[in-house]
Design a protein around this ligand. Structure first.
Ligand code: GLY
Length: 555
């Protein structure tokens, strides 16, 4: 079958109808690790065409919006954390924002009780999307024309690509929701079930991407695309209007930075909770010899969980959009505060989360992370999301993309758990123009001021814990990046007061934790980490998570 006009003709080795995954590979110059083989290959090819890590990241973001519709997006938002080779740090916040008509009690009925799924399904669940504006802001650091970076995504949407087994499964299991929550049929639903090897063609999405290619961010936030979004709102009670779209702008945030055992760690600031949680937890465990305690032993898991409990309690109380709530960031990550928070820690003794208000954690938390390092040592980490898998399940008629359900990341009522079982209060209450608290944790590490690692993961509230556990694996336990990424995970988030263990977690540790009094919940899998490490020989070691179709590419 023939393919493509510009990009794929110039890169015949990238075949959207026949491609394979690479889970771990060392590259001489530059590398990408993302949720999809085609997106990673496109990112690598863009760097070979003369682009830097920013060019590659933009091309990967747009490509994921086509080949990974469950979380890749133009209808969602995210965070880009980057370190230029000259040491300059960039924290770009393109998180969704509450529309002007949003209000604190918008998801509560007349008795003050939350509606069943208004914050998670249909147009009312959607925050103003930030991804397209984010990519245009990121382009200030890139080298190639934006049109060139969007082109691969357009060709993939227009001519299609073959779906994997897990993508087919995802589309099939969401079929009824797509129909229920969208005003018209879309490329994602067909008469028969999807199966691995089927070609997904997204003509309407290709047209939307072409409008962005031709008109810049206005191709999304104004004109026909904006009108289609607003029209789709009417179908299921959404409130995003043309002004909300036109006024959306990304913001720059000063990254969170801290030291851990000879490593300088950089992560994202509020409105993500990720960087603060990571700093708190790693500082809490820094006095301990994790290597001596051993990997995934009851002693090490208990210590790390007690740090998680304390940090996540602070998340619920203190964290929100810093433009609306005074987040005490400096205090929360100060050595004195962190030491005081651990002053009641007793080794081997289970702590308690005072408030009992358990919410069940939703199984399918979707977001996606990708990591890029270029030949010069520029590092880019982007975590981007529609929130749930396939967002609010609403496909914008005529525009072909899925909207987010990020409004559920707000605290819709104090003490009422959201989709992730996370509770919050005033700090994260809904307000017009405010950005909902996130857990996304795109993270960079340097050693002696030299690039060392870029890493991150999807997984809702489990994200900061995954990055925390991954960094301990690499720094304390001297694991390879791939071993660390694939290792079994545990998660505690203060409320509910239980430890979630991945299904392949060591049985003996599970029993020992139970004997210590912990309540254990088993869970299939957490997240999908993707990272790139700069090894001592200067090469780029890229690793993609075993848990999904994640794949690496480079040159
Ligand atoms: N929607 C997931 C997060 O931002 O944490």
């Amino acid at each position: 079958m023939g393919f493509g006009q510009t990009f794929f003709k110039a890169h015949p080795s990238i075949n959207p109808y026949h491609y394979e995954m690479a889970k771990e590979k060392s590259f001489d110059h530059a590398a990408v690790a993302s949720a999809h083989a085609l997106a990673s290959m496109i990112g690598a090819a863009i760097m070979q065409e003369g682009g830097n890590a920013f060019d590659a990241a933009i091309a990967v973001q747009f490509s994921l919006a086509v080949v990974f519709p469950e979380a890749g997006n133009i209808g969602g938002g995210g965070f880009m954390l980057a370190r230029k080779v000259n040491g300059e740090l960039i924290g770009l916040d393109f998180r969704e924002e509450a529309p002007a008509k949003a209000s604190k009690d918008m998801y509560l009925d007349e008795k003050g009780n939350p509606y069943a799924d208004k914050s998670t399904r249909g147009a009312l669940a959607s925050g103003i999307p930030g991804s397209v504006a984010g990519m245009f802001s990121a382009h200030a650091y890139a080298k190639l024309p934006m049109a060139q970076l969007i082109e691969p995504a357009i060709e993939l949407a227009e001519f299609g690509f073959v779906v994997s087994e897990s993508e087919a499964k995802g589309l099939n299991s969401n079929r009824n929701s797509f129909i229920k929550f969208s005003s018209s049929a879309s490329a994602f639903t067909k008469k028969e079930n999807w199966k691995a090897g089927d070609t997904l063609i997204q003509t309407e999405l290709a047209a939307t991407l072409k409008r962005i290619q031709a008109n810049g961010a206005a191709g999304f936030y104004e004109g026909p695309t904006a009108s289609m979004i607003v029209k789709e709102m009417a179908h299921s009670g959404g409130i995003i209007n043309l002004n909300d779209l036109k006024n959306y702008a990304p913001k720059y945030r000063t990254p969170i930075e801290f030291e851990y055992k000879g490593h300088h760690i950089i992560s994202f600031a509020p409105p993500s909770s990720g960087g603060i949680l990571l700093a708190q937890m790693m500082k809490m465990i820094a006095p301990f010899d994790l290597a001596k305690m051993g990997n995934n032993t009851a002693a090490s898991v208990s210590l790390m969980v007690e740090a998680q409990r304390r940090a996540y309690a602070d998340r619920a109380e203190h964290m929100g959009d810093p433009d609306f709530w005074k987040v005490p960031t400096k205090t929360l990550i100060s050595d004195t505060y962190v030491k005081q928070r651990m002053s009641d820690y007793v080794a081997g003794v289970k702590g308690t989360s005072k408030l009992i208000n358990a919410g069940q954690i939703h199984e399918s938390e979707q977001t996606t992370h990708f990591s890029v390092v270029d030949k010069d040592g520029n590092m880019v980490a982007i975590t981007t999301t529609l929130n749930d898998s396939y967002g609010n399940k609403t496909i914008v008629a005529g525009a072909g993309f899925i909207l987010n359900n990020e409004m559920d990341d707000f605290s819709i009522k104090p003490g009422v758990p959201n989709m992730y079982g996370a509770i919050g209060g005033e700090a994260n209450a809904i307000q017009a123009g405010k950005r909902m608290l996130s857990s996304m944790t795109p993270t960079l590490v340097t050693v002696n001021n030299q690039p060392f690692l870029t890493i991150g993961s999807p997984g809702g509230t489990t994200i900061p814990n995954q990055v925390y556990e991954g960094l301990v694996d690499i720094i304390d336990l001297k694991m390879s990046l791939k071993q660390s990424i694939d290792g079994p995970r545990f998660h505690h988030q203060w409320m509910p007061d239980n430890i979630m263990l991945e299904s392949d977690f060591p049985e003996a540790t599970e029993q020992a934790l139970k004997a210590m009094g912990y309540t254990i919940m088993k869970r299939g899998r957490f997240g999908r980490m993707d990272g790139v490490q700069i090894t001592s020989d200067g090469k780029r070691m890229a690793a993609g998570d075993k848990r999904g179709d994640d794949s690496v590419a480079g040159y």
